[in-house]
Design a protein around this ligand. Structure first.
Ligand code: AP5
Length: 286
């Protein structure tokens, strides 16, 4: 053998030596057939006769559905009252998804999706987005995996048809809303909060020019993005949003009161004080 041929074939030989000996595989036809096979004619077998022979088969783990223990919390209140601030704190403590319909829409706006394009005009003029668009968005969101253990809805429902649809979706699973946390404060407090609110364009983090300022003005503490006023937080639009709130969302107060679900909070105080009351209300649900 030429030296060239020897160097070429040596590695191949070595590789061949490393290969494990092939295992004998029975041809398919020779494998043992399972005991229970489908027959053309049904054959009656005494249940007691088959019981000892039944081999437990590994089954996929299906977690028992305990829907009655799932927390479904609704945060409601006029625009700018501070419900989003409280909802975010509670969601983080309870490790539940915080579903803010305003944030979901703003995300669609930012990505310029067809839904965002439809919602934009309504949002920027301080109107509610039509029910059918909101409902579809929320139904999709609450069907997601991360909501299996419960979730916090912030800003939904805002109309009676939205509330009915949520109740219906939960009833299908034998569930209902666990509680509705309703925040209210005098209008002058609300206007002051909303006019000082700054929202990060990149990550949506909320700050306040006076009550919770960012370390550097105009720069988000969380991601370093630009923190500025939301287009719908301009005074004229805020007035419009408050009017819409009174006429469309106001009726949900008696709606949930009648169902014994409403818990009211005076939201005029400091964030931490309100939060202490909120935590107690949540503990009382357990
Ligand atoms: P959305 O984003 O939900 O707006 P909103 O309900 O008007 O509520 P805000 O986000 O303005 O206020 P908030 O109560 O959460 O206050 P926050 O905690 O930020 O909706 C926007 C738009 O989307 C709607 O107008 C509509 O077009 C559309 N939309 C959304 N959901 C819809 C639905 N279900 N149906 C139809 N359309 C829908 O606090 C405000 C400020 O105050 C912050 O700067 C905060 O730092 C500060 N602050 C909070 N608490 C305190 C405190 N205790 N003391 C001092 N400052 C405080």
């Amino acid at each position: 053998m030429s030296p060239k041929a020897a160097t070429k074939s040596a590695p191949r030989k070595a590789a061949r030596r490393k290969l494990p000996a092939p295992k004998a595989v029975k041809p398919v036809a020779a494998r043992k057939a399972p005991r229970a096979t489908l027959r053309a004619e049904p054959v009656y077998v005494e249940p007691t006769a088959i019981r000892p022979m039944a081999t437990p088969q590994p089954q996929p783990i299906v977690e028992p559905a305990r829907p009655e223990r799932r927390l479904v919390l609704v945060f409601m209140g006029p625009p700018g009252v501070g419900k989003g601030t409280q909802a975010a704190k509670l969601a983080s403590d309870l490790m539940l998804p915080h579903i803010s319909t305003g944030d979901l829409f703003r995300d669609h706006l930012k990505r310029d999706t067809p839904l965002g394009q439809k919602a934009k005009g309504f949002m920027n003029s301080g109107q509610l987005v039509p029910d059918e668009l909101v409902i579809e968005l929320v139904m999709d969101r609450i069907a997601a995996d991360d909501c299996r253990g419960g979730y916090i809805l912030d800003g939904f429902p805002r109309t009676t048809p939205q509330a009915d649809r949520l109740a219906q979706a939960l009833a299908v699973r034998g569930e209902r809303v666990s509680a509705v946390f309703y925040f209210d404060a005098p209008r002058e407090v609300i206007v002051e909060r909303i006019s000082g609110r700054r929202t990060c364009r990149a990550c949506g983090a909320v700050s306040h020019a006076v009550y919770a300022p960012t370390r550097t003005q105009g720069v988000c503490d969380v991601c370093g993005g630009e923190s500025s006023q939301r287009p719908d937080d301009e005074p004229e639009k805020v007035r419009q949003r408050l009017t819409v709130y009174d006429s469309s969302t106001g009726p949900l107060v008696p709606y949930y009161q009648q169902r014994g679900l409403l818990r009211e909070f005076d939201a005029a105080g400091a964030v931490e004080d309100i939060y202490q009351g909120l935590k107690m209300a949540v503990q009382a649900l357990a």
